[in-house]
Design a protein around this ligand. Sequence first.
Ligand code: ASP
Length: 447
Amino acid sequence: MTLTKKIIIYMIIGAIVGVLLNLSLFTIETEEFDFKPLFKRVMSLENFEEVRNFTDSFIVTGVFLVVGKIFLYALQMLVVPLVFVSLFCGTTALKDPAMLGKLGGKTLVLYLVTTAIAISIAISFAYLINPGVGFHLPNDLEFTAKQAPSFVEVLINLVPRNPVQAMATGNMLQIIVFSILLGLAATMAGEPGKRIISFFEDFNVVIMKLVKMVMELAPYAVFALIAKVFAEIGVAAISNLSFYFFTVFFALIVHALLVYPLMLTTLGKLNPIKFLLKMRTPMTFAFGTASSNATIPVTLRTVTERMGVDKAVGSFSIPFGATINMDGTSIMQGVATVFIAQAYGIDLTLTQLGTVVLMATMASIGTAGVPGVGLIMLATVLTQVGLPVEGIGIIIGVDRLLDMTRTAVNVTGDCAVTCIVAKSEGKLDETVFNDPTAGDIKEAHAY
Ligand code: ASP
């Protein structure tokens, strides 16, 4: 069995185990959702509490937490060296700085356009479904907002004052700028440059080996990550916000299954079914980790080894996309803005809606792909259009599950744009793209 299949099977089992644990032990009884945990019905209260505490501390926040976190940290451990080294090698392989500029420009424009399309779809769906109309506002709402950086700050901060600090804090845009500059310098530095390049090429091979080693852990970790989330988030949390939840969910599905395939067919002349099938692994990872950044090692491997994108293009556009391209996140922001406005009984003007599209697109540029960052961006958007930021307190309960789903869409967008740009520059190997087994990892042969 390939690793991909194994990961997906473990993910499904994880979801089932999580839901069962939730229903039998952890589901919360609320006024709106009158459902007692199954074990509470068949056990004495004392036994039930004992079983619940044991399962919670030894399994859910024990084994699941440890296995999931170790894997997440291992992925994060790979991100900075992987991006730095592969982007350096990519730049030196391209040789031509003008080509880099052209690639960068195309990628940036497509990333921004897809984000703007995503948020427009989200706002339209929100006005069709009206998830916030008649929503009963709770009295005890509280949410303190962090601010997303302003556009000017993002622009200035593109230059890493201290590249070591950029790497230590995992500042993706700064790492990208530094790696490209260093790569360009190396190509211009004659013999010493060549020696450095050959060292980095060897380093790149070693890092890719490390990626494969970490990936061997993936099925068990994905199981643990997903089982934990599903055990903790019950149906009760969603039931109250089901209109909001499903509007976001529906818009995410439409964007992933209609917009990207349409773009791939029209702009890239590429088969969208083949693309989506190969997206299974990165989507599962993104879903399990809720972080496009942590998923970079998997996304990068998918576009280069499974989809045939030239390494130079992929190593630039994937980390770039993980930071600036968040279509799924902007979908959540579009729906959430309309939902909060409706819940508070505030009518949004057309200008305000335009501001939402613009702000959500801009906010995505400066924020990293880590769990929950979408809510920080949402706070900026709400403030800009004068809506109460406390409104975020209403939707926070279902945000983790939506975060997981939208991150899967975020990475799909990164890969779709990467393939289209690569194809337009003659940097996509279509025989690899069309071969369903290309780049599969079979565990037995992994090393
Ligand atoms: N978790 C998302 C990502 O990493 C960002 C967000 O929507 O919060 O892409």
